[in-house]
Ligand binder design. Structure first.
Ligand SMILES: [Ca+2]
Ligand SMILES: [Ca+2]
Ligand SMILES: [Ca+2]
Ligand SMILES: [Ca+2]
Length: 273
């Protein structure tokens, strides 16, 4: 019952926030199909990374809550009332980059551990979006081996609700906002319903995935929200997919994402989905 309630709330909020209803709200019944078939990042030009979701109204959103997602077993369970934390996300791409839009509902906003504008710091200790890329799609069991050889194909890219960032656990540390590397924007909205909505919009160019992927290829992808509700460290970490232990480093449990080519090139390539 609680899950249904959350889904209804999320649909209503999106209608209000985006100025139009996002039609394809993912339900638990579709989850198995999604896992089997993977996810497509649809091709779209002209995405502006500004925390405004004009470009995300007609794409498929996926929803993750305490029932459908995976909790990092090293963190506290989310509260049962359903208002602790949940999020939705969508993926698009163009010739140069993967774009991620995230809408997160959280009952208590906390960003005390990272200074706005910083590009290295304990981002996991705040309300933070984390994106994980397996750019060579080899599904490594431990992407954080001390040799760091997996990280040149991606790794972790974290963006705090206040705009602080960290990519120290990727192959591209301290590159947030630099030309040719990754970027992102956030918007925190109101405390209606006794909570907050945070929009995250992130651009991850192929260069931070090793430079060998792009439209018409597959990557491994995962996403999490860290939830700090009372300052200092986080309480919970909720993932789209993953192993319960170390979901941030086991690529074999990530989701599969197909990067759609420009539609006009599909007939030439012959294998577009
Ligand atoms: Ca935008
Ligand atoms: Ca919370
Ligand atoms: Ca929080
Ligand atoms: Ca904190």
């Amino acid at each position: 019952m609680m899950k249904k309630k959350v889904m209804v709330i999320s649909s209503v909020l999106l209608c209000a926030l985006l100025g139009g209803c996002i039609s394809q709200v993912e339900s638990g019944a579709n989850k198995e199909l999604e896992i089997r078939e993977g996810v497509t990042a649809t091709y779209r030009g002209g995405i502006v990374v500004d925390g405004v979701f004009d470009e995300w109204e007609d794409v498929k959103w996926r929803w993750v809550d305490r029932e459908s997602g995976v909790l990092d077993i090293g963190t506290k369970p989310l509260a049962e009332h359903g208002k602790d934390l949940w999020f939705g996300f969508a993926l698009q791409c163009d010739d140069d980059a993967l774009y991620v839009a995230v809408l997160c509902y959280d009952d208590a906003l906390s960003t005390d551990s990272c200074e706005p504008g910083s590009v290295t710091g304990p981002t996991w200790a705040d309300d933070t979006l984390e994106l994980f890329i397996d750019g060579d799609h080899n599904k490594a069991i431990d992407s954080r081996s001390k040799e760091r050889d997996e990280l040149r194909y991606g790794g972790e890219f974290a963006l705090v609700a206040n705009g602080a960032a960290c990519s120290d656990y990727s192959g591209y540390p301290k590159t947030f906002g630099l030309d040719g590397y990754w970027s992102g924007a956030t918007k925190v909205m109101g405390n209606d319903m006794d909570g907050y909505l945070v929009r995250y919009e992130v651009r991850l160019p192929w260069s931070v995935m090793g430079g060998e992927v792009g439209p018409n290829s597959m990557i491994g992808f995962n996403i999490s929200l860290q939830d700090d509700d009372d300052g200092k460290g986080r309480e919970s970490a909720l993932y789209w997919k993953g192993s319960e232990k170390w979901p941030f480093r086991n690529e074999s449990k990530f989701g599969d994402v197909y990067l759609q080519p420009k539609p006009s090139e599909c007939s030439v390539l012959g294998n577009c989905k």
